[in-house]
Each structure stands twice: as C-alpha cells, then as structure tokens.
Design a protein around this ligand. Sequence first.
Ligand code: SF4
Length: 387
Amino acid sequence: MSELETLLERCEVLYRDSSLAAARDWKEETGGLAIGYMPIYIPRELLHAQGVLPVALMGGGDDVEIIRGDAYYQSYICHLPRSTIELGLNGSYDALDGLLFPAICDVIRNLSGMWKLQFPDKLVRYLDVPQNFDPEVGGRFYRHELESLSADLTARGARPYDAEALRASIKAYNENRRLVDDLYGLRRDQPWKVPTSEFYLVLRASLVIPLAESTRLLRDYRDASLASERQPMDQARVLLVGSFCEQPPLGLLKTLERSGCYIVDDDLAQIHRWIQGDIAEEGDPLQNLVDAFLEQSIASPVRYIDEETKGAALVERVKQSAAEGVLFCAPSFCDPALLDQPMTSAAVEAAGIPWTAFKFSENTGQFQVIREQAGTFSDSIKLWSGE
Ligand code: SF4
C-alpha cells in the first residue's frame, strides 16, 4: 500500500468513527476536556489555548441508523439534527464534556435546547455570533460572548484564559489554515491530483484529532498529492455550493466525480475556511479573534449579507477558481441554503455562468438521478462552453 493510500485509509476510519475514539484516546493521555461543536464556526483557537480539544460533529452521514432521532423532529427539516441526537442518545458522544451550538439556524438553536434537557451534566452552550459587523456593536457583543465562553470552559476544569497561550494557538491555527488553503489552491490548479472525495476525507479527519496531528496530516497529504503521478482527464470544472452544514455522503462526491466533474471549489467542512487568511498575531489576541470574525468571515448563507450584494462573492469565487459551472447542492429542508439559492443562482445566471441544482440528505443512498443530472451538466459544459 502506498503512503497516500495508508493516509487515506486512516482518514476514512476517522471520518466514519462516530464514537470519537481519537477524542477518547486524547482524553486518556492528557486528562483534558473534549468539547464537540456543530457546524459551521466556533473559535477553535480559544478552546485550544485553554487546553481543550475541539471536536467537529457533522452528523452521522450514511452510517447511522436513526431509531430515536426521528421522534425529536418533524419530517420537514434537515437530517443532521436527527443523527446528532441519535448519536448523543446512543452514547457515541459520551467522551465529550460538552457541546457548542453556534448560531446557524433555528434547527441548531432547538437542538441546543434539547441537548440541555437530555444532558444536564454536560456543558451546553449556544454561541451567539454577531450579524452586525460594526466593531462597536457586533464586535463588543462578540467579545463578551468569547469571554463568557472562556469562563464556562474554566468552570468545567479547562485552563484559565491566558493571552500568550491564545497568541500561540492563533499562530498554530494560522499554519493549519494555510495548509488547507494550499490544498484548495492545488486542487484548483491540478484537480486530478486532489480528487474531492479524497480531499474531503482529509478535511473531515483533520477536525477530530489534536491540532498538531491535524497540521501534520494536511502537510503529508499535500506532499503526497503533489508527488502523485495522476494524469488529467477531460472533466468539467465545477464549484459545489450549499453543503456548508449538513454534509453530503461520500458516495455523492464520488458520483459527481465519476459523472465527469472536477470540483474545483466548495463549501464543505466550512469551518476550515470560515476565517479567510491569517488571524493577526500581534496585539490583543482576543480582540484579534473578534476582528477576524467581523472582517474576514467567508460569505455564507448564515451570515448577514445585503440582498443587493448577495451572490457577488459566489460569482467572484467562480472566476477565481476558473470554474465552468456551479452545482447548487443543498441539504433537503435547509432553510439558510435554500432561501439564499434564488438570489445566488440569479447572480450566477446574470454573470452567464451555467448552473444546476439538486438536493441531498446525509444518508442519501441512491445517486443515479444525480449522476445523470451532473453528467448531463458536465457534458453540456464540455460540448458548448465557449460558444
Ligand atoms: S442543514 Fe441547514 S437547516 Fe439543517 S441545521 Fe444545518 S443550516 Fe440548519
């Protein structure tokens, strides 16, 4: 087995391990706290600086049988909260000392309430993030949220806040983010070297292990991908958008690739790229976290963007990634993604960019229809683009 195959095999084990063995092992070794978080954004740097392991929770994918989860939710909402509550109730998340629920949508807000009722002994926090980006309004509010989160962690046994520790954590996460950016750049330039179905496993695995290990993993994958002898194929370059929270099953990503698409940009596992670029390393590190959130957050349906400019960032990303078309790929019943789609698809249409749309659920098992749709889309791009 090649080094790359060994690395990917390990990533797939981590990706599929809903009982969080890596977090359990880390806790046994260090005695530290492990805190889970829901998509999309939490200040991982702050947790890391206080000696806490942040663990990304992104639903159960297509591996988890929902037995009790459906009883907690009506039929017309997305799948992610059902599998999350299922995994909580069946003990898969027992290793976690708490869960953070960042403000994404009403579903996540409701889930945080259910979690409080079901797991009264654990830390459960709804992390409200600002939708007003004025430093004097949203900035002050968010700083207060961070201070309060830090105090909650300390009360649970984490190390107290220390500015120098946070500065070091910001540096370490900047390095991690730069590697992710390198990989996105490599895939944009040579997508045959970084197949998305593979890259995605690395992105997911790197969010459930300690940071130093995550950085090593990203570097090893980058080096192995660069060294690979894979040859380009005649595929259409597409940007995949809409899967920022509930994640598509791995089989769906493989299906898109097999249907003739090179995914050259996406919003999968978006916490990796929520903050664009480095967070400042000089000055007050807590304020740097606040400023980065206000000024460097990615354009996302869960972040306030004026209707006049909605879609502009997507069009810009299409240009930057030299994508030839956009696949709108949102989870069924995802309000933030599907309410944005008419406006963002209109912006894409106005820019003359081909697009198509379909929906998925994390446990979708049949891909034939999507395969035909994506295959037709990529064929039409190859046949008629540039005319
Ligand atoms: S998939 Fe969409 S609706 Fe469901 S929790 Fe995530 S953002 Fe909310």
